[in-house]
Design a protein around this ligand. Structure first.
Ligand code: UDP
Length: 423
């Protein structure tokens, strides 16, 4: 049987990464094969669903879809359901991802297709904004739907009537993003982006670099994230510039070029703000902070840049204001990097404080963040101990094989039980 994963973007962001990995993963005896269906692109829908995304994190950046947007949303769902339905065989199940695709659920259920919805985002701290948004979304849950969340704390009250499953997101250790790289390969990739090497060297790549200096041999602090206000790239740059961190280390902020991510209309503005902030820094600090915009169209190129940066980093930051579950955190952990992250959303289920990384209060200010990073830069034994523990934990709990097994348990339970008996 096939499990059809439906989402809105072929690449860009964590969901696309997970789905690619699941589709590539060897499926024992083809009992459950994963395949993808990417919806059409619709800016009106993505603008409204980006607001929904923020609201599920409790942040009000505009209301719920108004009547017109709601109608456009339904039309979008109908058009895509009509494209998908002829491709489904009798045994197939559809797993919709995130709010953008949710309105397909009642249409597919009506057509007799078993349907599940996986929400990769959310907050444990439900406020009125988040609650009102769950009310809106829950109207699209047909009877019999399976709801999947990344962590128990992210399950909203409205889900109580339905079958709920927990599946922590995973990464693929064999992918170009995570495979081992030699020191030479890392050096070559960083030089090709223009972060190292002679100033006059031509830069051979499609990625954009906003930088006036070179990394040299300094320790690197890294945050890899979409240019999204909830990732707080601005906060990382501000803390770096406003503390002693810039004296001993350099900073790299890496995110996808805004043109690369169709369903993220805010990225351009966030990046412009960070670039403005960077331009306003004193020259000496500015030359030690670097902004990399990856071209996601160059799938392998992007993956290798992220991989090389994560392996080159002395400390990886994830200063998210909200986070369903940070794949960038898992990626850094698997590479044995010490991570300093905020204790928000699913991140505490990824990092045990002081065992597999450091967690900061969600409201931690710049000083607290800088102190935590500084402490790891100055105590390399502690940093590498945390990194090693992180790698062991991520390999055991957060890789594609574990996630593929979760899907067999949920969608092909009889096969999964046999497998467990044999195993
Ligand atoms: N990513 C990337 N290139 C970039 C920035 C991010 O490939 O320039 C990837 C990153 O490696 C991770 C995903 O995008 O796999 C982000 O997933 P995460 O769960 O951290 O955040 P999301 O974007 O889903 O909110």
């Amino acid at each position: 049987m096939k499990l059809w994963h439906v989402n809105t973007t072929a690449r860009g962001g964590g969901v696309a990464e997970i789905l690619d990995a699941l589709c590539r993963f060897p499926q024992p005896e083809s009992q459950l094969t994963h395949c993808r269906f990417v919806t059409s692109q619709n800016t009106d829908v993505f603008t409204a669903t980006k607001r929904i995304h923020h609201r599920l994190h409790g942040v009000d950046r505009g209301g719920l879809p108004d009547e017109r947007e709601h109608a456009v949303f339904l039309e979008f769902a109908e058009q895509n359901a009509l494209r998908l339905l002829p491709r489904l065989a009798a045994q197939d199940t559809v797993l919709l991802h995130d709010p953008q695709t949710l309105p397909l659920a009642p249409i597919l259920a009506e057509a007799g297709v078993p349907v599940a919805w996986r929400c990769h985002i959310g907050t444990a701290a439900i406020n009125n904004v988040a609650d009102e948004t769950w009310q809106y979304l829950s109207r699209f849950w047909p009877p019999g739907i399976t709801l999947i969340f990344s962590h128990q704390s992210l399950v909203p009250a409205q889900a109580a009537e339905h079958r709920v499953e927990i599946v922590p997101p995973s990464i693929d250790p064999a992918s170009a993003k995570n495979e081992l790289m030699s020191v030479t390969e890392i050096g070559d990739v960083l030089a090709s982006v223009g972060l190292t090497g002679p100033r006059s060297a031509p830069v051979r790549h499609d990625h954009e670099l906003v930088s006036e200096g070179r990394l040299g041999s300094d320790p690197v602090i890294l945050q890899v994230s979409r240019w999204d206000p909830l990732k707080d790239m601005e906060g990382v740059l501000r803390a770096f510039a406003g503390s002693a961190l810039h004296r001993s280390a350099q900073l790299v902020l890496c995110g996808p070029s805004p043109q690369s991510v169709a369903d993220d209309p805010e990225a351009k503005t966030v990046l412009e703000n960070v670039v403005r902030q960077w331009r306003g820094l004193p020259t000496a600090i500015r030359s030690r902070a670097h902004l990399v915009c990856t071209a996601l169209d160059d799938e392998v190129g992007n993956a290798r840049v992220v991989n090389a940066l994560q392996r080159r980093a002395a400390v990886v930051a994830q200063r998210s204001v909200q986070e369903g579950f940070g794949l960038t955190v898992t990626e850094a952990m698997l590479k044995a990097r010490p991570v300093v992250a905020t204790r928000v959303g699913g991140i505490p289920s990824q990092i045990a404080h002081n065992e597999t990384g450091l967690l900061l209060r969600g409201s931690a200010g710049d000083d607290e963040f800088s102190e935590a990073v500084d402490c790891l830069l100055n105590d390399t034994a502690r940093a590498s101990g945390l990194g090693r523990a992180a790698a062991a934990h991520a390999a055991q709990h957060f890789t594609t094989s574990r996630e593929a097994s979760d899907h067999r348990r949920i969608f092909a339970p009889s096969f999964h039980r046999n497998e467990e008996r044999i195993g």
